[in-house]
Design a protein around this ligand. Structure first.
Ligand SMILES: *Cc1c(COP(=O)(O)O)cnc(C)c1O
Length: 385
């Protein structure tokens, strides 16, 4: 029999059922899910409105090239327009975050006629060749070189190199406002506004990758809103499909009009089910005040964590925004993640020392209180052992 390639760590349990903020394994054990498939199930597992909308579309038209118009796409565009700033005029759907990154990089070269692409230490933008070329982690890159030429890595949150590195030869700068995989590192406001100023000055494209930070998780629809910075290209993924694999790229008029027919495409991109998923997810985002709830629950989570973990020596820092939470430890968190799982809590790692929590917005105050207690106890127990 075939074996599945285990490219991620085997967590040793079989998940049989998922609902809202919980999953159950095949032994009937319940887990509070703060892994959420790397943040995908932010709107809760099998959110009923999203499931119903997809099922309804599935019963009409399930697959269709974007050559043909379909009503669900118009409905999706109408509601999606309400959650992006007016300056974005064009949108394109792809199937994964990496594909959105690929397209953004291609657009940058095409539109500027330049080649150089700048990225940052500890960045993660995906594992296809283009996305990997702007992903810092050597562990992911090793064995796959040569990657894209004329890429350049700068230090995250270091303003000193920007003016020299971002120049008239630069096609794009690609940035995460909070580095999701690279350690829940938060970009400083000065760093982001300096990048915005400099890219505008030299005519380079600023790509902000909100595949993990976006769609309500950090307490506003887009984290870039909190920075007051508008990228030329905005990328969304993960949460935006409510569990359906889809990514979205937004761009303003002056970029969109320069991408001519045939310069990109995707068999599955923008299929009717993806349109249904994005439409329904956006309706949930708006109608259930998701960003506000993520903000309030995030505040409570951070407050309790800071209180309960403050005397634990191996806790270095707690950082993030809204429901994107990193607990930076003085040790590697793998063992803690394993023990949390035994205690009924699913979490994940970020960088080398960060315990990452990506709970769905439907997490309750009781869940949060319980989780903080268990996390504090589990981390504290590592010191004695
Ligand atoms: C997950 C992620 C990606 C890659 O998305 P895939 O769907 O795995 O291809 C890119 N950028 C960021 C910031 C991510 O968190």
């Amino acid at each position: 029999m075939l074996k599945y390639l285990m490219l991620y760590e085997d967590r040793g349990i079989e998940i049989e059922y998922a609902e809202s903020q919980y999953v159950w394994d095949s032994n009937g054990r319940k887990y509070l899910d703060m892994h959420t498939g790397h943040g995908v199930a932010f709107l809760g597992h099998r959110n009923p409105h999203i499931v119903n909308t997809i099922v309804d579309q599935m019963s009409k038209v399930m697959t269709l090239s974007t050559s043909f118009r379909v009503k669900i796409r118009e409905e999706m565009l109408e509601v999606l327009s309400k959650v992006v700033p007016d300056r974005y005029e064009y949108v394109y759907l792809l199937n994964s975050g990496s594909e959105a990154v690929e397209f953004a990089l291609k657009i940058s070269r095409k539109v500027t006629g330049r080649k150089k692409i700048i990225y940052f230490t500890n960045s993660f933008h995906g594992r296809t060749f283009g996305a990997l070329s702007v992903t810092a982690n050597q562990k992911y890159r090793k064995g796959f070189e040569p990657l894209l030429p004329e890429t350049m890595m700068l230090r995250y949150n270091d303003l000193s190199e920007i003016d020299k590195a971002v120049d008239e030869q630069t096609a794009a700068v690609i940035l995460e406002l909070i580095q999701g995989e690279g350690g829940i590192n938060v970009a400083s406001e000065e760093f982001v506004s300096e990048l915005r100023r400099r890219t505008m000055d030299v005519g380079a494209i600023l790509i902000i990758d909100e595949i993990q930070t976006g769609f309500g998780r950090t307490g506003s629809i887009w984290l870039s809103e909190q920075y007051g910075v508008y990228p030329d290209i905005l990328l969304a993924g993960k949460a935006i499909g409510g569990g359906f694999p889809v990514s979205v790229i937004f761009m303003p008029h002056d970029i969109g009009v320069k991408i001519e027919r045939g310069s990109h495409g995707s068999t599955y991109g923008g299929n009717p089910l993806a349109c249904a998923a994005v439409k329904a997810s956006t309706e949930v985002l708006i109608n259930d005040s998701v960003p506000q709830k993520a903000y309030e629950k995030g505040n409570m989570f951070f407050e309790l964590l800071r209180r309960e973990l403050k005397d634990i020596r191996i806790v270095r820092e707690i950082r993030g925004a809204g429901l994107m939470i990193g607990i930076d430890l003085r040790i590697e968190p793998t063992n803690i993640i394993k023990e949390l799982q035994n205690e009924g809590i699913l979490a994940l790692k970020s960088g080398t020392t960060v315990l990452r929590l990506l709970p769905p917005y439907v997490i309750t105050n009781i869940d949060i209180e319980y989780a903080v207690k268990v996390i504090a106890r589990t981390i504290a127990s590592q010191i004695s052992s």
